[in-house]
Unconditional design. Structure first.
Length: 297
């Protein structure tokens, strides 16, 4: 519908549509969040939560509409049929750009439970969006460095406590708990600074998903491992708004979560921590090999 317009104009219109879509759905979403807070009855809260998820999925569908309007993106997707809306999943993906989030939502919306992203605590202050994430019970995490924890040992284990508190809210509805294992977007500078052993990936951080398994491992059906590749090079958000993302490759696979990982303590069991890190590293080795193949194609 907007494809005949010049790219910058498409970008401005799409950005405006994104803003209108977000603000429009923010009002009922925030009202329901306050109602859920004021009525501490589990059955009522479960119903309100379902309505809030419907609102969020409708917001995503609105974004998908303007994405289709600015560019007829060629989607090469495999594995989407393996997931459903009735089960709970632990989900991860490689991370290159803010566009990744729109890609994930475009493909997974209404095919599986709504993605609940782990977010940095500072993001709660993002105008409108921060309150929406809070209303939808996204887990906000405060990360502490090893150096900080050495000076402030009383903060040890606070990440796990936050994860458990967030995951406790997910036990009444199916959920897809999402975590970017790399923790940040890939850039050549970060790759070099890390001395990453992978060609197309940063080093994975195993602690986040280990804490989710500790908190709700028995509820999770599997790990959904997603790989995103942009054949024309990594796009930025402005490229998406302008309709410059011509092709996206997405590979989705379900992996069984080893039963030996359920009920273990990542921060207290050293043997388990080593085993889990080895499992995650093997996952990343396979993803790096897949990305190498996709780059050749």
């Amino acid at each position: 519908m907007l494809r005949f317009l010049p790219a910058p104009l498409r970008g401005l219109i799409a950005g405006l549509l994104l803003a209108i879509n977000t603000i429009f759905w923010f009002c009922p979403l925030f009202t329901l969040a306050l109602l859920k807070f004021l009525v501490p009855v589990q059955s009522v809260q479960r119903t309100i939560r379902s309505v809030m998820h419907w609102i969020a999925e409708t917001w995503v569908a609105g974004n998908s509409t303007w994405m289709d309007s600015v560019q007829r993106t060629q989607w090469d997707v495999q594995g989407l049929q393996s997931v459903d809306r009735e089960d709970s999943y632990l989900v991860t993906s490689n991370h290159q750009s803010w566009v990744d989030i729109f890609v994930l939502q475009y493909q997974l919306n209404r095919h599986m439970p709504m993605l609940k992203f782990f977010l940095k605590k500072e993001l709660i202050w993002v105008p409108v969006a921060g309150l929406c994430w809070w209303a939808l019970e996204f887990p906000f995490m405060k990360r502490y460095s090893k150096e900080f924890l050495a000076k402030h040992p009383e903060k040890q284990g606070q990440d796990l406590a936050t994860t458990r508190l967030a995951c406790a809210r997910y036990k009444t509805n199916p959920v897809s708990v999402f975590n970017f294992l790399e923790g940040t977007r890939f850039t050549p500078e970060k790759h070099a600074r890390q001395k990453s052993p992978f060609r197309y990936l940063l080093k994975p951080k195993a602690g986040g998903i280990a804490f989710v398994l500790d908190a709700m491992g028995e509820q999770l059906k599997s790990l959904v491992n997603i790989t995103i590749h942009y054949p024309d090079g990594k796009p930025e958000l402005w490229d998406l708004l302008c309709g410059r993302v011509r092709k996206v490759v997405v590979r989705i696979e379900q992996l069984e979560i080893p039963q030996s990982f359920i009920g273990k303590s990542y921060d207290q069991d050293e043997a388990y921590r080593v085993e889990f890190q080895q499992w995650v590293n093997k996952l990343w080795e396979d993803k790096d090999a897949l990305l190498a193949e996709l780059h050749k194609q």
